[in-house]
Design a protein around this ligand. Sequence first.
Ligand code: NAP
Length: 293
Amino acid sequence: MRVLIVGSGFVGQAVAAAVERDGGHAVLASRRPVPGTARWVRLDATDPAGCAQAVQRVRPDAVVAVHGPSDVTWCEQQPAAALAAHRDATRNLVRALGRTRLVLISTDNVFDGRSPDNDEETATAPANAYGAAKLAAEAELAGHPDATVLRVSLVYGPETARPGKRTNFAAACVRGWQADEVVPAPVDQWTTPVHVADVAAVTLAAVRGAPPLLHLGGPERISRFDWAHRLAARLGYPAALIGPVTRDSGPYACRPANSCLTSRLLPASLDAWRLRVRGVDEGADGLVAAVAG
Ligand SMILES: NC(=O)c1ccc[n+]([C@@H]2O[C@H](COP(=O)([O-])OP(=O)(O)OC[C@H]3O[C@@H](n4cnc5c(N)ncnc54)[C@H](OP(=O)(O)O)[C@@H]3O)[C@@H](O)[C@H]2O)c1
């Protein structure tokens, strides 16, 4: 199976690795080349002609749309650019694809965060400009005959630091602690964190077939502060290196109180796919070695 993955970042690269491990053929696409990636095509997905050319060139059996911008704070400051990047790029891909299967990776920020339980039937109310842009992208799939919106909660796992990109919360904690720094962790922002390897496995399964809308969150709802404590305890760092802050401070100000996803459909889908989603303790294992250096 040949899969075109639009977005070569943290999640896109994990999906590509899962496709390759499965014996498939993954082609990553983004505006800038990705070092060490054999199969990559240059694509600005906001360019309609570029999308058509990439699809013609790669001739994918399926496409995964997992491109940025992923920085919620940046989106809040640049709402028009965020909308263009998410809605317009998805529209371009839908037009270029015809009937080719499409999986769009979306977010829990399409909910306002007042409730901890956001399943596939919960009414959307975007929490911020990022959530609004992703919801507009989701709407573009209405005209596609074979598409799935896979809404994913906060993704974490080993992630290489890149200039201009904030690494995921768990990796940032470990990197900070390795430098003996106190890492700020909100006491009043809850997530259902999901390990990047589980996101990749579920995305690959969804490429083969999934409901039109599916939520993927981890099995635990936890505040970032409590999560940092679980990570530190598991990995042997002192709790003194966790600084309690509130959500209204720093980069968390535009995040919903609850960045949480539940699902009516995921348990049956996981059973059918013979997959499971790990909790935060198991997800911590391997982080130190992967983040070191
Ligand atoms: N990470 C999470 O916790 C999470 C959770 C839920 C949903 N998601 C969704 O997954 C997406 C990817 O997340 P991530 O963490 O992997 O982000 P990331 O590491 O920032 O990667 C984003 C990728 O998108 C590419 N990109 C940006 N603009 C593009 C454009 N116009 N055309 C083509 N490629 C473009 C970037 O490369 P260039 O800049 O070189 O083009 C980069 O390769 C997010 O935007 C979000 O919608 C992520």
